[in-house]
Design a protein around this ligand. Structure first.
Ligand SMILES: Nc1ncnc2c1ncn2[C@@H]1O[C@H](COP(=O)(O)OP(=O)(O)OP(=O)(O)O)[C@@H](O)[C@H]1O
Ligand SMILES: [Mg+2]
Length: 221
């Protein structure tokens, strides 16, 4: 079986601007194997979020190749790309993007319902995932009734709902105090081990970065 999740070659990204194009990523190579973990570090504006969006197929490289599970993301049509993303990639945004009117369990169940799983099974798996992130006592709380760290844990549970091969996370500990950040880091590493997923995390949190297998500093790309 293919053990490579991402194989990216010569990624170059620039944004068109009226006066001068902004070059964000310059000839970057990246390989990620199943079950391995990588942090993306570097100062604000160096392209971490841009790269995560490209890896998720939410944005495109200006040139270069992004191969995910053997498919060249740039060559897939938009349906195939969305399908691959929904099935195989769990994305955690910096500001969690939970739906305020749904309970935390319903937020976790939503991607499963959207991919056609029936309500009972979706809610059951959502319950298991809420247990994994140690929030089984907050099933019916809405995001507004949770702490920042708890919301981030719900977002992590949701990202795992479709059994992805890879998790992409943008600053998962960005808004948390040191002890909550450490809890999230421990939880992520536990989940990676249990679920065998790959993990790429953009972060300013050097203690999180230091616990992952490899670090890619985008400042030097
Ligand atoms: N849609 C866009 N159009 C033009 N420039 C953009 C666009 N999106 C991002 N940029 C620029 O690309 C650069 C990289 O942005 P990006 O959001 O990837 O940085 P980052 O490393 O995630 O920063 P932070 O640590 O602050 O989150 C920045 O200079 C930003 O201004
Ligand atoms: Mg960013």
């Amino acid at each position: 079986m293919n053990s490579v999740l991402y194989n990216c070659k010569n990624i170059y990204k620039s944004y068109r601007q009226p006066v001068k194009d902004v070059e964000v990523i310059n000839n970057l190579d990246l390989i990620l194997d199943k079950g391995s973990t990588l942090s993306l570090v570097g100062p604000s504006g160096c392209g971490k979020t841009t790269l995560l969006n490209i890896l998720a197929g939410l944005d495109f490289a200006t040139s270069g190749e992004v191969s995910f599970l053997g498919s060249d993301m740039g060559l897939l049509d938009s349906d195939a790309r969305a399908n691959l993303r929904n099935k195989e990639i769990g994305f955690v945004y910096q500001f969690h993007h939970l739906l305020p009117e749904l309970s935390s369990q319903e937020n976790v169940a939503l991607p499963m319902l959207m991919s056609g799983l029936d309500k009972e099974k979706s809610m059951k798996r959502a319950l298991e995932l809420m247990k994994k992130v140690h929030l089984s006592d907050k099933l019916s709380n809405r995001p507004g009734e949770l702490s920042g760290g708890e919301r981030q844990r719900v977002a992590i549970a949701r990202s795992l709902s479709n059994n992805p091969s890879c998790l992409l996370m943008d600053e998962p500990t960005g808004n948390l105090d040191t002890s909550n950040a450490e809890n999230i880091t421990n939880l992520l590493l536990e989940l990676v081990k249990e679920e065998g997923v790959g993990l790429i995390v953009a972060t300013h949190d050097l203690s999180l970065a230091g616990r992952l297998d490899e670090t890619l500093n985008l400042e030097s790309s």
